[in-house]
Design a protein around this ligand. Structure first.
Ligand code: FAD
Ligand code: MG
Length: 361
C-alpha cells in the first residue's frame, strides 16, 4: 500500500476513535430517558447511607458509587468526634494549642462558627462536652446530674474555637475544655461534596440519603422533579406526612424521634438547647429545611428545632429566603415558610397547613 493510503487509513481510524469517544461522552452528558440505576447501601457517619446513581454503563456507575463511598469514609475520618485521629478530635484534644488540620475541616468548622453566630448560638458546634455527657444514641447514654450539666455548659460555645490560615496551612485552636461536635452539620457538608463529585464526573441524576439527610442532583431519571417524602415521626419508616418536589436540591430533617434515651417514661433526645445543656423542649416534632446548600440546611434544621416556634418565626422573618417545613408536636398541623409553599405538598388530607416566618402576610 502507498504511503498516502496508510496515512489515510490512520487518519480514518483516529477520526473513528474520536467519534466514538465524543459519542460516549455525549451519551453521559445528555438527558437520558433509559438510564440504568446503580444503588449502594452502606454504613458510615454513624448512620445508614443509601446512594442511587443513574446513567449509562453499569461499570461506570458502580465505579462512581465506589468513589462516593470512599469519599464519605475519608471525610468521616476528618470530621468525626468519635475517631481519635480525626482532625476534629485532634483539634479538641490539643486544648490551647494551634493544631494543623485539612483545608476541608478548617472550612467546615469556620462555616459552623458562622452559622452559630447567625443563629444566635442555637446551633453550637462547640457543644461536645454536652453531647459527650449525655451520649444519646450510643452505649452509655444516661441522664446526667444538674451539676454535671452546669460544669459541661461552662465549656461550650464558639468563643472557645479560633481559626487561622498561615501560608497555605490551616489551624484550629480549641480552649476552655470545649470539644467540637460537627454531628449537626457534617452530613450536610459530606452531601455537598458528593454532589460536586457527581457533577464533576458527569452524572446527571442521583439521590444521596445520609441517614435522612437527602440530596438530589438534576432531575429524576426520565425527567421531572424528584418527590421526596418527609417521614411521619413515630410511624414506620417510609410513611410520609408530606412530600417536597425539587431538582438539584437538598432536603434535611431534624427530629426528636430517631435518637433518644427513654428513662422512667421520659424521652431524652439528641438535639440540645445550648442555653440549658438539656434536650430541647421543642414545639416541633420535626423541622425540614430545603436548600441547594446541604451544609446550611443541616445546621439550620438543627438550629430551628432548638429555637422553637417563636424563635424560628422571628429568625425566618429576617431570612425570608429559607424554605422550611415544621411539624408541630402533638398536632396534625404543619407550618411552612413562603419559600417552601411551592415545593411542599401535604400527603395526609387531615393535616392542616399554616404559615411561619411571615408567610401569607
Ligand atoms: P441533627 O439535628 O442534624 O444533629 C444532631 C446532632 O448534632 C447531635 O447528635 C449532636 O451531635 C449535635 N447537636 C445537638 N444539639 C446541637 C446544637 N444545638 N447545635 C449543634 N449541634 C448539635 N453516631 C454514632 O452513633 N456513632 C458514630 O460513630 C458516629 N459518627 C459520626 C461521624 C460524623 C462525621 C457525623 C457527622 C456523625 C456521626 N454520628 C455518629 C452521628 C449520627 O450520624 C447522628 O445521628 C447525626 O449526626 C445526627 O444527625 P441528625 O440528622 O439526626 O440530627
Ligand atoms: Mg442538622
Amino acid at each position: 500500500m502507498s504511503t498516502e493510503g496508510r496515512s489515510f487509513k490512520k487518519t480514518a481510524a483516529a477520526a473513528l476513535i474520536c467519534a466514538v469517544v465524543v459519542f460516549l461522552c455525549l451519551n453521559r452528558l445528555l438527558p437520558d430517558k433509559k438510564a440504568e440505576e446503580a444503588r449502594g447501601d452502606y454504613f458510615f457517619l454513624g448512620t445508614v447511607v443509601h446512594i442511587s446513581v443513574y446513567g449509562q454503563g453499569k461499570d461506570f456507575l458502580s465505579e462512581e458509587l465506589a468513589g462516593l463511598e470512599a469519599e464519605g469514609k475519608r471525610l468521616e475520618k476528618l470530621f468525626s468526634a468519635n475517631i481519635p485521629e480525626s482532625d476534629v478530635r485532634r483539634a479538641s484534644d490539643g486544648q490551647g494549642k494551634w493544631v494543623e488540620v485539612s483545608e476541608e475541616t478548617y472550612a467546615l468548622v469556620k462555616r459552623a462558627v458562622d452559622l452559630s453566630e447567625d443563629t444566635d448560638g442555637a446551633f453550637d458546634p462547640a457543644l461536645g462536652r454536652i453531647t459527650k455527657l449525655w451520649k444519646i444514641g450510643s452505649d452509655g447514654a444516661r441522664v446526667p446530674e444538674e451539676e454535671e450539666i452546669r460544669a459541661a455548659l461552662r465549656c461550650c460555645g464558639c468563643k472557645d474555637i479560633e481559626l487561622k490560615e498561615d501560608d497555605g496551612a490551616y489551624f484550629i485552636k480549641v480552649t476552655g475544655g470545649a470539644l467540637i461536635d460537627l454531628g449537626g452539620i457534617a452530613k450536610g457538608r459530606v452531601a455537598d461534596i458528593m454532589v460536586k463529585k457527581l457533577a464533576d464526573d458527569g452524572i446527571k441524576s442521583a439521590l444521596i440519603d445520609l441517614g435522612g439527610n437527602l440530596a438530589v442532583t438534576g432531575e429524576r431519571p426520565g425527567g421531572g422533579k424528584w418527590r421526596l417524602g418527609i417521614q411521619t415521626p413515630e410511624r414506620p419508616r417510609g410513611e410520609y406526612f408530606g412530600t417536597v418536589s425539587v431538582s438539584d436540591c437538598s432536603v434535611v430533617t431534624s427530629g426528636a424521634y430517631e435518637r433518644y434515651l427513654e428513662k422512667d417514661g421520659v424521652r431524652w433526645h439528641h438535639i440540645f438547647d445550648p442555653s440549658t445543656g438539656r434536650p430541647t423542649d421543642s414545639d416541633f416534632s420535626s423541622v425540614t429545611v430545603i436548600d441547594r446548600d446541604s451544609t446550611k440546611a443541616d445546621a439550620l434544621s438543627t438550629a430551628l428545632f432548638v429555637m422553637g416556634r417563636d424563635g424560628a418565626d422571628g429568625y425566618l422573618k429576617e431570612h425570608k429566603d429559607i424554605a422550611a417545613v415544621f411539624l408541630l408536636k402533638g398536632e396534625k398541623r404543619v407550618l411552612v415558610t413562603e419559600a417552601a409553599r411551592s415545593v411542599f405538598t401535604a400527603a395526609d388530607a387531615s393535616l392542616s397547613v399554616g404559615d411561619i416566618g411571615g408567610a401569607g402576610k
